[in-house]
Design a protein around this ligand. Structure first.
Ligand code: AMP
Length: 114
């Protein structure tokens, strides 16, 4: 299977603007931001989408959310508020089959989403 764009970023084959990295995940600024803050938190383990995660991925999934909350603080949007999004499958708007958590903020976000 060919590498996803996110795997290539994790492997430093293509550049990205890094917001965070640790043993389990990497966070990058989205190349086409939908809000002034738009960061993607991506597990280093290739899990295609949340629907493909297993019980073995429980700690990784929790880590992604805790990292998103920590990044919200670091990026100054914890007080004003933010949204965490995971797109799953065609109707969910998933375009890259490598699980990633979107962290969006620094503007009011409409509800319901489009
Ligand atoms: P999704 O539609 O949920 O699969 O989200 C994929 C996201 O990856 C989109 O918001 C894209 O703008 C973003 N994206 C695609 N390629 C890159 C890249 N090379 N660097 C940073 N973000 C990217």
């Amino acid at each position: 299977m060919s590498k996803t764009i996110f795997q290539k970023i994790i492997d430093r084959e293509i550049p990205a603007k890094l917001a965070h990295e640790d043993e389990f995940c990497i966070a990058i600024h989205d190349i086409d931001p939908k809000a002034p803050v738009h960061v993607l938190i991506i597990p280093k383990k290739l899990i295609p989408r949340v629907g493909a995660a297993t019980a073995a991925d429980q700690a990784t999934l929790g880590h992604l959310l805790l990292t998103a909350a920590a990044l919200a603080k670091k990026l100054g949007i914890a007080e004003s508020g933010y949204r965490i999004v995971i797109n799953n499958g065609r109707d969910g708007g998933e375009t890259v089959p490598h699980l990633h958590v979107h962290l969006l903020g620094q503007r009011p976000l409409a509800w319901p989403p489009g």
